[in-house]
Design a protein around this ligand. Structure first.
Ligand SMILES: Cc1cc2nc3c(=O)[nH]c(=O)nc-3n(C[C@H](O)[C@H](O)[C@H](O)COP(=O)(O)OP(=O)(O)OC[C@H]3O[C@@H](n4cnc5c(N)ncnc54)[C@H](O)[C@@H]3O)c2cc1C
Ligand SMILES: NC(=O)c1ccc[n+]([C@@H]2O[C@H](COP(=O)([O-])OP(=O)(O)OC[C@H]3O[C@@H](n4cnc5c(N)ncnc54)[C@H](OP(=O)(O)O)[C@@H]3O)[C@@H](O)[C@H]2O)c1
Length: 347
């Protein structure tokens, strides 16, 4: 059945006319939502997986018919510590909340009007438009986890699972947001060092593809090093493509840090970078190369600190000198974004 998502506004209009004795069906656009089926509303436009806000819980408390449900909901809606504990432990989506408080049966149009709009998810473009015109490749980790310290129900990330399950030719809603501070140096001779563990490798695939395209155009290219990290050998993303790029001379060296491979000591990208400290110093400081990090914020901070230690040691700098050198490298006014980071806030 198709129901217009402007149901609330429509029902108001109908009632107004009813009082005059004649019912006129009238449909008006809603400022928040497009015209679509209820199924589409809940699958594509409304956020039904983020735990409900205290405001919504307060509304649920007001319509709960069971006294226990009412009391618990009132507590969660008014006591922020109780709410945070409950939210953190259960991270419940809407259905789980309705299951936890079965006497709450919200009126669908009111529920629709209370839910937040589903927020966009960002993905780094993982292909070069020069090499793959009219295509955009993504590298997506499919998010699946259990709540309650791994003992609770399975939860599925909205967008990554949606992308995994869509069929070929299905229409997706996308927009492109450019990242003006994260790009290859305009001079292709400059050496570049790329550090991207896990899905942090995504934008760097577009970098090496772009360099591959430039190589085919007979352009002269600087050195490109890649530091990639993953848990085990079988998660070595783009293994074959990286081997091709090494063979063709697009990538000069590729480092693999394995953090959970049996019989291998836990290794992170920054541990491998430290082993190449002198070369990294030469690339960045003497040859004015560029350094890129992509991935979660904690990793990026650890890599930054490692780089700082390398530059301080080989540059013979004091603490103050290295601080100001690092900020000059990241400042767009001096060495034009020589350290570029693209970090993802992840829980
Ligand atoms: C600039 C930028 C670029 C990005 N590029 C990429 C990319 O190239 N590839 C990529 O895969 N991702 C990328 N991301 C992350 C991406 O945008 C999404 O956040 C990610 O795919 C999850 O979205 P989702 O809708 O599948 O999950 P959601 O439905 O948004 O669920 C994720 C939420 O679930 C919860 N959660 C997840 N795991 C656990 C756990 N183990 N325990 C408890 N709670 C948990 C957290 O609250 C988390 O915020 C990027 C993010 C940014 C900001
Ligand atoms: N269920 C699974 O099997 C599985 C597998 C991969 C990813 N995932 C999930 O998928 C999502 C994204 O995964 P992803 O591939 O982008 O990343 P990821 O697999 O979580 O991490 C990539 C690599 O970075 C390492 N790392 C963690 N902290 C670091 C730090 N401070 N400095 C340097 N390296 C660090 C990880 O090691 P450690 O994690 O060993 O510390 C791992 O080797 C995450 O939500 C992740 O939990 C799940």
């Amino acid at each position: 059945m198709y129901l217009n998502s402007r149901f609330l506004e429509r029902s108001i209009t109908v009632r107004e006319f009813s009082e005059l004795g004649s019912v006129i069906k009238s449909w008006k656009p809603h400022e928040r939502l497009p015209s679509c089926s209820v199924r589409q509303l809940f699958t594509r436009f409304l956020d039904i997986t983020t735990p409900p806000t205290p405001n919504l819980l307060q509304h649920f408390a007001s319509i709960a018919t069971d006294e226990d449900d009412q009391q618990k909901l009132n507590l969660l809606a008014t006591d922020s510590a109780a709410y945070e504990d409950w939210r953190h432990w259960r991270f419940p989506h809407l259905l789980e909340v309705l299951e936890e408080f079965p006497s709450v049966t919200p009126h669908a149009p009111l529920l629709i009007s209370q839910l937040s709009i589903l927020q966009p998810r960002f993905y780094s473009i993982s292909s070069s438009p020069a090499l793959h015109p009219n295509e955009i490749h993504l590298t997506v980790a499919v998010v699946v986890y259990r709540t309650e310290d791994g003992e609770g129900p399975m939860h599925y990330g909205v967008c990554s699972n949606y992308l995994q399950n869509i069929s070929v030719d299905e229409e997706v809603y996308v927009f492109v947001r450019s990242a003006p501070n994260f790009h290859l140096p305009s001079d292709p001779i400059k050496p570049v060092i790329l550090v991207g563990p896990g899905t942090g490798i995504a934008p760097f695939r577009s970098f090496w593809q772009q360099r591959y395209y430039q190589l085919k155009q007979r352009q002269q290219l600087g050195k490109m090093w890649l530091f990639f990290g993953c848990r085990t050998k079988d998660m070595d993303l783009y293994k074959d493509e990286k081997a091709e790029m090494l063979k063709d001379g697009v990538l000069d060296r590729v480092f693999l840090a394995l953090s959970r491979e049996p019989d291998i000591p836990k290794t992170y990208v920054q541990n491998l970078a430290l082993k190449e400290a002198l070369e990294i110093y030469k690339f960045l400081v003497l040859e004015k190369g560029h350094f890129y990090v992509c991935g979660d914020c904690t990793m990026a901070e650890h890599v930054y600190q490692t780089l700082k230690a390398i530059i301080q040691k080989y540059g013979g700098m004091s603490d103050n000198q290295v601080e100001s050198y690092m900020s000059s490298m990241t400042s767009s006014t001096q060495r034009s974004d020589c350290i570029q980071t693209n970090t993802l806030a992840r829980s």
